[in-house]
Design a protein around this ligand. Structure first.
Ligand code: URA
Length: 425
């Protein structure tokens, strides 16, 4: 097959066939199609779009481009959970133990953070001993035994995505919703998923900035997922303010465990139980009430301990608070009295990145102990001089503290925080 003909068909607004898309995906995976041809095809897709059936064919072709994880042999139902990423998003650390405590098997590949978006793998690595490099055999054995296994992404699953994602980044075609959909779903299918609950985030700290764009992605994830043979549920959720109270790797694991232990931020707890409930409903094993029960009874905390221990974590050291945070702690205070009306997640994410909690380029090192505690979320009444943030750093940086102040808008009248769940499922 000639790649030029595949590009021509898309350039002229036609539909690429499954065979043509397999040609593209295998050529991207094995390097037999040059970057310039793939880039031309990506731009044609960006400009002309892909129909849901075509995006599903691309998804399947990309999923077939490498190895696939075969979950047969471990107990059903299997469920995966995916977030499009945000600031302070430690939801996976709470939702997975809830699901496993409810009898669901979760085998999950998670990414590392990039830019202002944190990665679950980085967060878990802040706990001494926690292994995120499980082999497929170890993943399956552990998931079969305790109901949860989580590891880092391997380039052996859906390798076409690695090439296509790099080229999308270089050619300004990342934002194509069908290409995003195929990228996300192909990795889920290659990882053996049958059912996935998606947290599609929207706002200043998310990939999708507007509710319109987030809803478009959620709809296409559902449509394309179902054509490709997955059961899919989506929640569109707020990421205009950071999620929960902590932003930073170790700080976020500590916060997740606090929630599993019965404390924590109500808005964050609502998101976790709604997501877990939507997942349980998707595999016909209950809903939000069952999720809440698993959380409130302590069953999810027990499952979390089992999970951390199974992956090598030093649970006792972590729980005893012996893993150190960065030593320099500074408080940022309110410049005037009033109500916190805005707390820009994008700006808080940039500040955390500048502290070293995130990475600017793939492969860069991060600092697990730095981060930001949010002391006055949207809706809080503050007096001048009250604490807004606690900043954990290696060395004081006034510029970062000043930038945090630009994230906050204080108004004279009372304000309520917006809902965390923006759409019904
Ligand atoms: N996440 C992915 O895995 N792929 C995209 O294209 C965007 C976000």
């Amino acid at each position: 097959m000639h790649t030029k003909e595949v590009i021509e068909a898309k350039r002229d607004g036609g539909t690429n066939s499954l065979e043509q898309l397999r040609h593209i995906a295998s050529g991207a995976a094995d390097g037999s199609i040059s970057d310039h041809l793939l880039s031309a095809w990506l731009m044609a897709c960006f400009l002309k779009g892909l129909a849901p059936r075509e995006a599903a064919d691309l998804t399947l072709a990309m999923a077939e481009s490498g190895e696939r994880l075969d979950l047969h042999g471990i107990p059903r139902p299997w469920l995966d959970k995916h977030s499009t990423g945000g600031v302070g998003d430690k939801t996976t650390l709470v939702v997975l133990p809830i699901l496993a405590a409810c009898g669901i098997t979760v085998v999950k590949m998670s990414g590392r953070g990039l830019g202002i978006t944190g990665g679950t793998v980085d967060k878990l690595e802040s706990v001494p001993g926690f292994r995120v490099d499980l082999s497929p055999q170890e993943m399956l054995a552990q998931a079969g035994r305790i109901g949860i296994a989580l590891t880092g992404q391997t380039p052996r699953l859906a390798p076409a995505d690695k090439t296509l994602y790099r080229l999308r980044d270089e050619t300004a075609t990342v934002e194509s919703v069908p290409l995003i959909t195929a990228s996300i779903l192909s990795k889920k299918i290659a990882g053996g998923a049958e059912a996935v609950v998606f947290d599609v985030k929207c706002g200043s700290g998310a990939f999708m900035k507007t509710e319109h764009d987030a809803r478009e992605l959620a709809t296409l994830l559902r449509q394309v997922g179902e054509i490709a043979g997955l059961r899919v549920q989506t929640l569109v959720t707020d990421m205009d303010q950071p999620l929960g109270r902590m932003v930073g790797n170790l700080l976020e694991v500590q916060e997740a465990v606090r929630v599993l232990s019965g404390g924590g931020d109500p808005r964050f707890i609502e998101l976790c139980t709604e997501l877990a409930g939507a997942g349980l409903a998707l595999v016909e094993r209950g809903g939000t009430q069952e999720a809440k029960h698993a959380l409130e009874s302590g069953a999810a905390l027990a499952k979390c301990e089992e999970w951390f221990l199974a992956q090598g974590a030093d649970w006792d050291t972590f729980m005893d608070g012996k893993v150190p945070l960065a030593p320099e702690v500074k408080v940022v205070t309110a410049p005037r009295s009033g109500w916190v009306a805005r707390l820009d997640a994008g700006i808080v994410g940039e500040a955390a990145l500048a502290l070293g909690a995130g990475r600017v380029s793939p492969g860069a090192a991060i600092d697990p102990g730095v981060g930001i505690e949010i002391l006055a979320p949207v809706g809080t009444e503050v007096a001048e001089g009250d604490a807004l943030f606690r900043v954990f750093s290696r060395q004081r940086d006034k510029a970062i503290e000043n930038s945090l102040l630009t994230a906050v808008e204080i108004q004279e009248t009372a304000v309520e925080a917006s809902a965390v769940i923006l759409s019904p499922t």
